[in-house]
Design a protein around this ligand. Structure first.
Ligand code: ADP
Ligand code: MG
Length: 321
């Protein structure tokens, strides 16, 4: 099999989409934008050995490289529409590629996304997805809109993916039942697209939690030129995880563990009921974890009201540790 067989047999003509005038197979795709919509465009790259273990199953890699990009759309309140997939592959192994493509297209189908192009090259295993989503004109959720007095909300549960990573790396072992719940959070994160869309016109600011809550919420505070307070006991996690881990380790996972792919957002207190109703409709749990304050920086309090200091906000690829 060569590169062109791969493109023809595995990638072409998988979806139908009225906006796509020309899909895979030419020098570029042609897409006609919808009326009254803005585009949100983003890319996220996953490298073997850095973002996933080299022996990760093809299906899990396929899921994650698309899911992390869908999560960026969720954070904007955008509806994901089109993706481009660039792949560096050490070899064209039909079995591996079939598994990868099946999962990739299955997730595309679940979110109504079409693959419209990409690039394929020989090299160390690495993937990049570029994603384009639509949001009603002027409504895209930004990091910069948080206002003093806003509630801070987070979706889902925090720290499960970080615990799964420790478990897989052998730094500690989770009880089997707990591992069974945490591992899918690391390997198959569920992007909060429905929740993000539901927050349009409600949330003042939003961001997805990929590098740890403290760091990612910090981006909202910085962009919005405000401060924030959150309370450890209000952070949602898995009760079994709280039982099996020392409280400092659990706190570190919830605050600075990576790969949660939840949404953190702020909204005025007057919207509480609407947010809870919209989250229910989006079948996504949400928790109110703190407040936006005047000033700058994030303060974190434990259950005794004492401030907690984090050595490092979250995962930073270029920090010295
Ligand atoms: P070019 O030489 O112009 O870069 P290619 O031969 O690389 O064209 O690609 C041919 C077509 O196949 C293009 O439409 C391109 O977008 C698509 N394509 C190549 N690799 C991928 C991929 N990994 N995923 C999706 N589409 C791809
Ligand atoms: Mg090319």
């Amino acid at each position: 099999m060569n590169e062109f067989d791969f493109i023809r047999q595995y990638l072409c003509n998988k979806q139908k989409d009225g906006n796509v005038l020309l899909g895979i197979g030419d020098d570029a795709a042609i897409v006609r934008p919808s009326l009254d919509m803005d585009w949100c465009i983003s890319s996220d790259m996953l490298l073997a050995g850095r973002h996933f273990f080299t022996d990760t199953a093809a299906e899990d890699i396929a899921h994650k490289v698309l899911a992390v990009n869908l999560s960026d759309m969720a954070a904007m309140g955008a509806t994901p529409k089109w993706v481009l997939l660039s792949a560096a592959l050490p070899e064209l192994n039909p079995v591996w590629l079939k598994s990868f493509c099946n999962q990739f297209f299955s997730l595309c189908g679940e979110y109504g996304v079409s693959l419209i192009g990409g690039d394929t090259t020989k090299g160390n295993l690495a993937f990049n997805v570029t994603i384009i989503g639509e949001v009603p004109k002027g409504l895209g959720l930004r990091r910069s809109g948080a206002a003093v007095g806003d509630d801070i909300w987070v979706s889902g549960r925090l720290g499960l993916a970080a615990a799964a990573l420790e478990h897989l790396s052998g730094r500690y072992l989770l009880p089997p039942e707990t591992a069974k719940i945490c591992l899918p959070c690391l390997l198959r994160p569920q992007p909060r697209v429905a929740l993000g869309r539901a927050m349009l016109g409600m949330a003042h600011a939003a961001q997805d939690v990929s590098d740890g809550l403290a760091q990612d919420l910090g981006h909202i505070l910085c962009a919005s030129k405000v401060g924030g307070q959150i309370y450890l006991q209000d952070l949602p996690t898995l009760p079994e995880l709280a039982e099996s881990l020392p409280s400092e380790i659990l706190a570190r996972h919830m605050l600075s563990g990576g790969d949660d792919y939840e949404l953190v957002f702020t909204a005025p207190p007057g919207k509480r009921c609407e947010i809870i109703a919209a989250a229910e409709k989006a079948e996504t749990a949400v928790s109110r974890i703190g407040k936006i304050m005047a000033g700058s920086g994030l303060e974190i309090f434990d259950s005794d009201g004492r401030p907690i200091y984090l050595k490092k906000g979250g995962f930073d690829h270029f920090s010295d540790g």
